[in-house]
Design a protein around this ligand. Structure first.
Ligand code: SF4
Length: 319
């Protein structure tokens, strides 16, 4: 990881209009920076806005408010040209390797498509690159002529990774890339992503709900709740000195491999469901489920602030 900031979310909000004049506030005023070569883990329950934020940070969605800054320059996603140019730098690996590959295309065409769109190489060189990429992700060159349904889930995710790498991006949003895979395959895909990062100097935003996986692969971790980042710290610091009540509850749900320690561990169950992003609680968004909530929590929303060097938290009770 370098000190250079590659990607920055600057007060990004993403809202979706619903029927009846209602508005879904999926992402609310998020500020995040990702350094070149870094993996930033982004965790939270489903529906917390992490995938929407990931898609906004790689240009699939245009922010409703705020700016996406890449390499020090604002990316205007309303401009077709800027969106197209940015798509060459930022790619995504999707959660579901079954749904994300066109079943009518051969693996070779799927991997070559991005190169064709961006006018990279002639047809013969593209074929050569497809073969190289299949090698890199641990598949056989002969697989280029087959169709996605002929592969297992883990192999399909490798095809998705080869497709993302084809146009030589710098930044990859990994949107729960292993959630749909068997546990036995998950570690292989994580190891592959880690190896590729080291070899190619890639920068990742790694979205997950499994805190075990995020800890292993991330340099820093941001915890999201109901559209906002509530805690951000280095991976080691977050696990050793968890400050936000929501992060503590998420971490207490992570199983410890030692059965004795696991039996002794006190779990913090979060009561209730995540409130609707259409109708958020007043004050702190976590106040309807937080065991420590007091009157002040229900009146004003805490801001994300630096509680210790490099450790940010949004909670009134953390001094
Ligand atoms: Fe809980 Fe209050 Fe902190 Fe929100 S501000 S997390 S409700 S203690």
């Amino acid at each position: 990881m370098t000190n250079e900031i590659l990607v920055q979310a600057d007060h990004i909000c993403k809202y979706f209009k619903l029927g009846g004049g209602r508005m879904l506030h999926a992402v609310e005023d998020v500020n995040l920076t990702i350094h070149r070569g870094e993996t930033l883990g982004l965790v939270g329950e489903s529906g917390c806005g992490k995938s929407t934020l990931g898609r906004t940070m790689m240009g699939i969605y245009t922010p409703t408010k705020g700016r996406l800054i890449y390499g020090g320059k604002e990316v205007d996603l309303t401009s077709k040209k800027q969106r197209f140019d940015f798509a060459k730098k930022a790619q995504i690996i999707f959660q579901d390797p079954y749904a994300s590959l066109d079943p009518r295309m051969t693996v070779g065409s799927i991997i070559a498509e991005g190169m064709e769109i961006h006018g990279m190489y002639d047809a013969a060189k593209r074929q050569e690159r497809v073969a190289e990429l299949l090698d890199i992700v641990g598949l056989n060159r002969e697989h280029a002529n087959r169709f996605p349904h002929e592969f297992s889930g883990g192999q399909r995710q490798r095809i998705g990774i080869a497709r993302a790498l084809a146009i030589e991006p710098e930044f990859i949003v990994c949107d729960e890339p292993i959630s749909a895979l068997d546990v036995s395959i998950q570690a292989q895909v994580i190891n592959l992503l880690h190896e590729l990062q080291v070899k190619m100097g890639l920068t990742y935003l790694f979205i997950a709900h499994d805190l075990n996986i995020v800890k292993y692969i991330s340099d820093r971790i941001a915890v999201m709740y109901l559209g906002s980042v509530v805690e951000l710290a280095t991976s080691d610091e977050l696990y050793a000195n968890t400050l936000h009540p929501y992060s503590r509850a998420l971490l207490s749900a992570v199983p410890i491999p030692d059965p004795e320690k696991e039996a002794e561990k006190k779990r913090q169950i979060i009561e209730g469901d995540v409130p609707s992003p259409i109708n958020k609680p007043k004050g702190c968004a976590f106040s309807s489920r937080c065991p420590l909530a007091c009157d002040a929590c229900r009146q004003s929303a805490p801001q994300l602030r630096e509680a210790a060097p490099g450790h940010f938290v949004a909670c009134h009770l953390v001094k």
